[in-house]
Design a protein around this ligand. Structure first.
Ligand SMILES: NC(=O)c1ccc[n+]([C@@H]2O[C@H](COP(=O)([O-])OP(=O)(O)OC[C@H]3O[C@@H](n4cnc5c(N)ncnc54)[C@H](OP(=O)(O)O)[C@@H]3O)[C@@H](O)[C@H]2O)c1
Length: 336
């Protein structure tokens, strides 16, 4: 598969989000199936795997997903880029500052991942009690010590990114981005392009909406399924956003591709520093999503798609700036 750079870290131009093997999209698959899925993705050419310490069933406990990913990649770990994330809770930070806290989280993640370094280590959510500059300083130390190759931030705006960047250059920003969540196009992506920072869109298929496989009658699972609160998956928004799916269906028919592939090919065409990490619990869909790398849009096709999308109003909005303990559930608060 073609590659891209997240600052100095080379990755396949599409990665996979591993969260669904542990959390967030209802019933999780048997572990053997998830491990096989990750290995099939690697065999296909994927070299970028995204996890987090918080991804565990029902967000109880910690590290379920990292353990699965670690087992899956053990035979090719050195050939891939492993990205994981941490939360820092205010009460963890003592007089020695944030460095020992981050190091403790990192060492626990490395043990679960079966590795002695992490390629890309993200702060999962900004904690407003802890200045991002301090986090950046600690991440810089971990880079100097060879424990991480680069670091990143998630769900942040340019003010936070630039404050962090001034202390330790940022490799990647992982914010929500898809055809129906485009706020990052205004400032975040231009800033990142200018500063050699990769943008790693999460939920690039809008939690499945853009695949066209979800209808207003789709019932989501009651437990541990984020689709119950994803704005575009509210019944009324699924109905109101149909024109976007019609645009996608038109292009997927023309390009003999699937809706999900077109939604990924669109962002790959639009920005050279964007590396989406679609998530799926299904082996066929994982390969389908990676196959978007082979869907080339010409400039004319891209422009026509862009114009058609611009003519649609998007219903339902989440936005990209979130803090720990804020509007969103505090992902690993219930651990241990
Ligand atoms: N930094 C953060 O705060 C944050 C937040 C959320 C997610 N993430 C990361 O980003 C990754 C991706 O995000 P996401 O999983 O929320 O969103 P996503 O990739 O937009 O969508 C995942 C959903 O779409 C469905 N889907 C995926 N590919 C499909 C296809 N080709 N056809 C039909 N349905 C398809 C999946 O169902 P099936 O499983 O049934 O295929 C799943 O329900 C996660 O795995 C995680 O690693 C990070």
């Amino acid at each position: 598969m073609k590659t891209r750079k997240l600052r100095d870290i080379t990755v396949s131009e599409i990665g996979i989000g591993c969260m669904g093997f542990s959390h967030g999209y209802g019933q999780i698959p048997p572990e053997d199936y998830s491990i096989e899925a990750i290995r099939k993705a690697y065999d296909y050419g994927c070299t970028f795997f995204d996890t987090a310490e918080a991804y565990s069933p029902n967000l109880q406990g910690i590290g379920h997903n990292e353990r699965i990913v670690g087992k899956a990649v053990k035979d090719f770990r050195k050939d891939i880029v492993l990205a994981t994330k941490l939360h820092i809770h205010t009460e963890e930070v003592g007089p020695d500052g944030v460095y020992p806290v981050i190091r403790r989280h990192l060492e626990a993640s490395m043990e679960r991942l079966g590795t002695d370094y992490v390629d890309l280590y993200y702060l999962h959510r900004l904690n407003l009690d802890i200045p991002v500059e301090e986090v950046a300083g600690a991440m810089g130390r971990l880079i100097d010590e060879g424990l991480i190759r680069g670091w990143g931030l998630s769900q942040v705006g340019v003010g936070t990114i630039s404050a962090a960047q001034a202390v330790t250059p940022v490799s990647a920003v992982q914010n929500i981005y898809s055809m129906v969540e485009r706020d990052v196009e205004k400032e975040v992506i231009p800033y990142c392009l200018e500063n050699r920072i990769g943008v790693v869109p999460f939920s690039p298929i809008a939690s499945g909406f853009l695949s066209g496989k979800i209808t207003a009658d789709t019932q989501f699972e009651k437990v541990d399924d984020v689709r119950n609160w994803v704005p575009q998956l509210k019944k009324e928004n699924i109905i109101a956003n149909q024109p976007i799916l019609d645009v996608l269906a038109d292009f997927s028919a023309r390009k003999k591709a699937t809706n999900a592939q077109i939604s990924l090919a669109w962002m790959l065409h639009k920005y050279p520093n964007v590396v989406p990490i679609p998530g799926s619990k299904n082996q066929e869909r994982i390969l389908e999503n990676l196959g978007a790398s082979e869907v080339e849009l010409t400039s004319e096709e891209f422009q026509a798609l862009e114009t058609a999308l611009d003519a649609c109003t998007v219903h339902g909005h989440r936005g990209f700036e979130e803090q720990q303990g804020g509007r969103m559930k505090d992902w690993d608060r219930e651990k241990k």
